[in-house]
Design a binder for this molecule. Structure first.
Ligand SMILES: [Zn+2]
Length: 220
């Protein structure tokens, strides 16, 4: 059974027929599960009514796509740093290995402020005071929970660095976090052939805890 099949059996990779396009930043075509897209659209309209322009830079991402992204970053890191273990740690700062990305679920979305619509990028500095996404961040912090969204990576807990742009639809994603724990990830990564899968398999318990489970407690 492929990684994609194993995930789909548990609802951990959204099926194309269940995905809907949402209002996007330029050159992006994000899709979300229907129920998530509806909630996001309600939130986006409410924000717009208060002068805050939100746009989605990334939504659903397939396992196949995540393998491409992951391998490119991993190879670049190895070319630069030489050491595979250090490279793994570097890539893990912001990128989930295939299978562990919450973007597989169709419940999570990366947002940018409208001002960045011509140059969508995801940088923590943009969300700080004086940054172009600051007012969007303030609005989201005050109101996103009213629409069911919260930030998984709101503070550093030993795994991914803080991601001010990443929002998750709690009613959909919270149950999926318990399902992802049903898979034997050591077995899964041992069978996988993508770059770095062997290193992930060797350290799977610690990494699963830090990068999958150590998130905002409201999402557990
Ligand atoms: Zn994200």
């Amino acid at each position: 059974m492929s990684l994609s099949e194993a995930l789909r059996d548990l609802g951990l990779e959204a099926l194309p027929e269940n995905l809907t396009s949402v209002a996007a930043a330029k050159d992006h075509e994000p899709k979300l599960l229907g129920v998530v897209a509806t909630a996001y659209e309600a939130m986006r309209r409410a924000a717009l009514g208060e002068g805050v322009h939100l746009a989605a830079a990334s939504g659903f991402r397939s396992v196949t796509r995540q393998v491409q992204i992951w391998e490119r970053k991993f190879r670049d890191a190895v070319a630069y740093m030489g050491d595979r273990q250090s490279s793994l740690c570097k890539v893990l700062e912001y990128s989930a290995p295939p299978g562990w990305s919450r973007h597989h679920w169709g419940s999570d979305v990366d947002l940018v402020a409208g001002e960045l619509i011509d140059d969508a990028r995801l940088e923590a500095d943009d969300w700080e005071e004086c940054g172009p996404c600051h007012s969007a961040g303030v609005w989201l912090s005050a109101h996103a929970h009213e629409y069911g969204f919260c930030r998984p990576y709101d503070e550093f807990r030993g795994g991914f660095l803080v991601e001010p742009w990443h929002w998750s639809f709690v009613p959909t994603s919270a149950p999926l976090l318990s399902r992802i724990q049903r898979l034997d990830w050591k077995f899964v990564f041992t069978k996988e052939s993508f770059e770095g899968a062997d290193l992930l398999a060797d350290q799977v318990n610690r990494l699963f805890h830090d990068f999958v489970l150590a998130i905002n407690p409201r999402l557990r």
